[in-house]
Design a protein around this ligand. Structure first.
Ligand code: NAP
Length: 258
């Protein structure tokens, strides 16, 4: 149990594919701090894995939610309303782009690849938050999404995912502005590279890990546990004065000019 006390609080954590997922690292930390968790998975094929993980957390429940389907998001909201009646935390750990749009020429990104990546990886953060709003505004809430430095730097092969992350961070600021008066904080956590399913979809990811560990000020890569504890911080009252920001959890890599 951490000193942060999240007992009596409820968290919706979206984007768990397996035990390596960054969303899972945050869910574990929240649960250790006493929060109750709802995990969602994108597709039927992930159901078994996510249910097994959820079984290790007290009082967690699991439900399907493909964020490209509004009715599935609304179903999640209904289930949470029925069980808990309110939501104090939302974790958005979802991103997707087609493999062919994460390599080669960014200029040649086709319209449908661009739209799909932006829809799943950025619009879903706005849409899910909006559809959960009646639950989030009951007691006030903290909402976070997971971003990456490609939001504001050119990174080889990130291509359309860089565009999605730029939109995600802009949405974070705009949502923080709109939801502040309702007692809802909105922040992004920009993580350094961690070996997950999504990350392995980026060409050259293994080289990127090596380069990071050599050049980052802390001279190492971050761990998913560090994403977990930083997520817990942003979601907790310790961060009560922080909204609309992007917190870098990247061993200091983002400050480098050379
Ligand atoms: P991950 O374990 O693969 O998680 C990504 C999740 O997004 C998966 O559960 C995936 O499900 C889900 N997803 C994709 N399309 C979806 C849809 N239509 N509806 C609902 N969920 C969907 O990888 P991760 O690295 O933890 O990624 C989590 C977030 O962290 C992403 O936003 C990623 O960009 C960000 N991030 C990662 C790193 C890193 O190095 N790992 C660094 C910075 C930021 P499927 O497996 O079914 O597609």
């Amino acid at each position: 149990m951490y000193n942060i006390d999240m007992r009596g609080k409820h968290a919706l954590v979206m984007g768990v594919a397996n035990h390596r997922s960054l969303a899972w690292a945050i869910a574990e930390c929240l649960s250790k701090a006493g929060a109750r968790i709802c995990l969602t998975y994108a597709h039927e094929r992930l159901k078994g894995t996510v249910e097994e993980l959820a079984a290790t957390l007290p009082h967690a429940f699991v439900t399907e939610c493909d964020v490209t389907k509004d009715y599935e998001i609304d179903e999640v909201a209904k289930k949470i309303a029925g069980r808990w009646g309110s939501l104090e935390m939302l974790v958005h750990g979802i991103a997707f782009a087609r493999k062919e749009d994460l390599e080669g020429s960014f200029l040649k990104t086709p319209r449908e690849g661009f739209q799909l990546a932006l829809d799943v990886s950025a619009y879903s953060f706005i849409n899910v938050t909006n559809r959960m709003l009646p639950l989030l505004e009951k007691n006030g809430a903290s909402v976070i999404t997971l971003s990456y430095l490609a939001a504001n730097r050119a990174i080889p092969n990130y291509n359309v995912m860089g565009s999605a992350k730029a939109v995600l961070e802009q949405a974070t600021r705009q949502m923080a502005y709109e939801l502040g008066p309702k007692g809802i904080r909105v922040n992004a956590l920009s993580a350094g590279p961690v070996n997950t399913l999504a990350a392995r979809g980026i060409r050259g990811f293994t080289d990127m890990l090596k380069e990071h560990s050599g050049a980052a000020p802390l001279e190492r890569n971050i761990t998913k546990e560090e994403v977990g504890t930083s997520g817990l911080f942003l979601l907790s009252d310790l961060a009560s004065g922080i909204t609309g920001t992007t917190l870098y959890v990247d061993a200091g890599w983002h400050i480098l000019g050379m």
